[in-house]
Design a protein around this ligand. Sequence first.
Ligand code: FES
Length: 344
Amino acid sequence: MPKPLTVVAVAGAALLVRRALRRRVRASPLWPMPALDEPVSGRPRRRALRLLLTSHRTVAEGVVQLRLAGDGLPRWEPGAHLDLVLPSGLVRQYSLCGDPADSSSYTVATRLVEDGRGGSREVHEQLREGMEIEVRGPRNRFPLVDAPSYVFVAGGIGITPLLPMLRSLPDGAEWRLLYAGRTRASMPYLEEVRALGAGRVTVVAEDEDGRPVLDALLADLPEEAAVYCCGPEGLLAAVAERVPGVRFERFTAGVVEGDAFEVELRRSGRVLTVAADSSVLAAVRAELPDTAYSCEQGFCGTCRQRVLEGEVEHRDEWLTDAERGDSMLICVSRSRSDRLVLDM
Ligand code: FES
């Protein structure tokens, strides 16, 4: 068991990293998040697809790759992701890492997160070849821009959105990649990545090489270089510290910061305070622990609640304009007024 002080120190460090990252995110040209490749609000949502899981195999230590087959699947561009609706109802986002020209299947990969929220464990342990899986998307918040040169930084499973980007770069493109992981055995697609760019790829396995040295990689970057990063929060924060304009992808709970406000739960007769760095969902769950939620990123609609009074600041990518008239997704959205009244 870790000692209490150790726990506090680790939690404190994690908070500092999150705060640093939020500051960097907001300083980034990508804040607020870039527009989706098609607007969601004001349009009918794209129909969910039911695809057949034709392959479920281990491609690195703790990483499984899924192939989901269907006919005439919607096109996607490198950087796009899919929402998978798991049999339990959890919704999780995974970057597409196969071939964008393949209209008969989608490929994603996921790492087992031992102390995660349950989605990766369900993918690893419950999904079987032959099952039908509901998917939504693809959507792209991490598009590859035209640039004279590129720097990619991947941590472990973070290689997945970058892999289709690397494959799509034209011959003669100037790029380099740092691919870091705990051990070589835990790094998916390592051989393919190496083969894509002899001399351009630096592989850092921490058990052999120690922590990746970012300064050398990110020193003297031309101003127009596009820098892409995907991986654990510590890596994102370290890159953002050095390159404020970094483009990144992350599928953890959304950034929910804003001003503090009150929420009245009319049917329950409670009034809560939503702190500046917390979400309505977190405040509500502290009082009503059974409140439904899943993605915590405004993607899945599970946490939708009816709004009786107050002005909502919608931050989701799910509700249509009509739905925004009287409801909100409480995992990400906040209030423009001092108080919101919810029908809960
Ligand atoms: Fe998925 Fe809120 S939990 S939209």
